[in-house]
Ligand binder design. Structure first.
Ligand SMILES: [Zn+2]
Length: 395
């Protein structure tokens, strides 16, 4: 009897050559789905590294950076507007292939990311990417999904007990045309509904958008079911709004990236997430089981504000500006600190709070930044304003 062997040691099966090939295929498929789910759930103990943007925790090698200098993030955040660097597509594509090849438990959402890039970033993408990767002395061979994106982009489905009825007849995963066909067979009006949502959102329809939206909806729903103790990745709805137009030339999205970004956001929130998950981002129910440490039996350390360090740093910088009164409309901390002395009795004796030299002015500015950062870290964005700075530490 032959052994059919995957590239993964859990995936060894014995198949009888006398058996019906359809039964063998079905068995293989079930085993693949079960093994993957076991692996994803098994990776939970290693899921300790927070995504730099949303703070959800993953095994470190499941987070990818969009370029060499960027911080690694989860698939829901790769196109987020808080990304500090533009996407270097040859770099990201090589990583996407590597993680998909080496690890059966990789987050399902990465397949959606690869699909949108492969389908939207212009003709002959695979050859152009391979040329560039070769020039950088990397391994210039990309998987077939970059060569034939519509035919070979493949997305994992949730396990049979969690999946939507439309996908009941499909295997552990499926190609984008098979997924779109299954959805439209289940609800023949679905594509027309997507078109009208796009019309209302001022987005130009193209069939590629539909396939990309299906890839996103299915892949991130699968991720929601598989990683059932983690944040549901519906925040991807807001993370598609900017990054697709931030891909370095000559690999950028062809046509108007806004049509893909806006179309994805509208179709996911209004149509496909409600269909597959029962809600979108805006009406996401609170699920304590997905919040670290929220229930008594959950021993995972609660999420800290600094976990999502890219978002935290951005918020912190903005908030420090608020605390220091550098934002129009807020009380000016500079005037308070450097102007006439306040009305307090002790302050009267000082007459003026103006710095006596440039050195003092610089030192004060340094102190202000430190104190404003301290206020933000200690009290969070809602508690710390320019008034707080004055009341708590301004004197
Ligand atoms: Zn994230």
């Amino acid at each position: 009897m032959p052994v059919i062997r995957g590239h993964d040691h859990d995936l060894d099966w014995w198949a009888s050559p006398a058996g019906d090939p359809k039964d063998v295929a079905r068995q293989l498929d079930q085993e693949l789905g079960r093994t993957r789910l076991r692996r994803v759930r098994g990776a939970d103990a290693e899921s300790t590294t927070p995504c730099a943007i949303c703070g959800d925790r993953y095994p470190p090698h499941h987070l990818l950076a969009n370029s060499r200098s960027a911080a690694p993030v989860c698939p829901a955040c790769i196109f987020d507007q808080e990304q500090r660097y533009r996407t270097d597509l040859p770099y990201l594509a090589a990583q996407l292939d590597e993680v998909a090849w080496e690890d059966l438990s990789f987050p399902a959402g990465w397949d959606a990311v690869a699909s949108v890039l492969a389908l939207c970033c212009g003709p002959n993408l695979a050859r152009r990417l391979e040329d560039e990767i070769g020039r950088r002395r990397g391994m210039p061979v990309l998987s077939s999904r970059w060569h034939q994106p519509l035919r070979d982009s493949w997305v994992w489905l949730p396990s049979p007990e969690d999946r939507h009825a439309a996908f009941a007849r499909l295997g552990a995963g499926a190609t984008l045309p098979a997924l779109a066909e299954a959805l439209e067979h289940h609800d023949p009006g679905l594509r027309a509904a997507a078109k009208s949502i796009c019309r209302e959102a001022g987005v130009r329809w193209r069939d590629t958008l539909w396939h990309v939206a299906v890839a996103y909806a299915v892949a991130f729903s699968t991720q929601a079911f598989e990683r059932h103790r983690h944040r549901k990745p519906v925040h991807v709805v807001h993370s598609t709004g900017d990054g697709l137009s931030q891909i370095n030339d000559p690999f950028g999205v062809r046509g108007e990236p806004m049509n893909i970004e806006g179309g994805l956001e509208a179709i996911l929130e209004q149509l496909l997430f409600p269909l597959l998950l029962g809600h979108g981002l805006l009406d996401e129910p609170r699920e304590p089981a997905r919040i670290y440490g929220a229930t008594a039996e959950d021993s995972r350390a609660p999420r800290r504000r600094t976990d999502a360090h890219v978002s935290h740093d951005t918020d912190r910088a903005a908030q420090v500006a608020v605390i220091l009164g550098m934002v129009p409309g807020y009380k000016s901390a500079t005037r308070i600190w450097d102007g006439p002395a306040g009305t307090m009795t002790e302050a009267d004796a000082l007459r003026s709070a103006a710095p006596s030299s440039d050195l003092v002015a610089e030192l004060r500015q340094e102190m202000r930044l430190l104190l404003a950062g301290f206020l933000y870290d200690a009290h969070g964005s809602l508690q710390a304003t320019a008034d707080d700075a004055w009341q708590r530490l301004g004197w």
